[in-house]
Write a protein that binds this ligand. Structure first.
Ligand code: ADP
Length: 181
């Protein structure tokens, strides 16, 4: 675990299952079709309720066509403890020279902006892009924590929880956080 005050807010790094978090919104590492899938996306769909969440995502896709990398949209949390789900699309890692860091930063900050617009104060994030999308954990943590610091310093939300899967991930993220925060 790692905790820091950032601006007037709080940043917590924790290990666990994001679907269990009682916060205003959890973030989903979605795909551009909001089609559900494996990893954290699948876990969130199962816990929220497949039919309900698929329906809400399909209604958004009907309007916007697809969700661009780095952008974010919001749905209800349905059966989750969290009231809302903010869906964002992280970049697929292609070596790091194709705009991946900027897109990953956008993903974190646009989630915080959307939370702010909906007057949500507590948000939980998974390690966006650091699973199937292949973003290496340490550089991913560095970009994510810098973006979260920026958002907290700007007062977008009061509380950010980074929910990491497994003790190795938590150790790497905590090391980067000690350095950056
Ligand atoms: P992406 O496609 O953006 O890489 P993934 O779902 O494959 O998304 O992985 C993102 C991160 O979420 C990975 O570090 C993975 O271990 C983690 N993860 C998977 N399930 C959960 C969960 N239930 N709670 C929190 N993190 C999770």
């Amino acid at each position: 675990m790692f905790h820091a005050r950032v601006g007037s807010g709080q940043l917590h790094l924790r290990q666990g299952d994001i679907t269990q978090y009682l916060v205003d919104a959890i973030v989903n590492a979605a795909n551009s079709r909001l089609a559900g899938g494996g990893g954290v996306d699948g876990a969130i769909h199962r816990a929220a309720g497949m039919a309900e969440l698929r329906g809400a995502c399909a209604a958004i896709i009907d309007v916007i066509g697809s969700l661009a990398t780095g952008e974010a949209v919001i749905t209800p949390g349905f059966n989750l403890p969290a009231r809302y789900i903010i869906h964002t699309v992280g970049p697929v890692w292609r070596g790091g020279l194709r705009g991946e860091p900027a897109r990953l930063r956008d993903a974190y900050l646009n989630c915080l902006r959307l939370a702010h617009e909906h007057d949500l104060q507590s948000v939980a994030f998974p390690a966006i892009s650091c699973g199937v999308y292949g973003y290496p954990v340490e550089p991913g943590a560095r970009v994510a924590l810098a973006a979260l610091r920026e958002g907290l310093e700007a007062g977008l939300v009061e509380e950010v929880n980074m929910v990491l899967h497994g003790p190795e991930n938590l150790a790497v993220w905590s090391g980067v956080a000690e350095e950056l925060l």
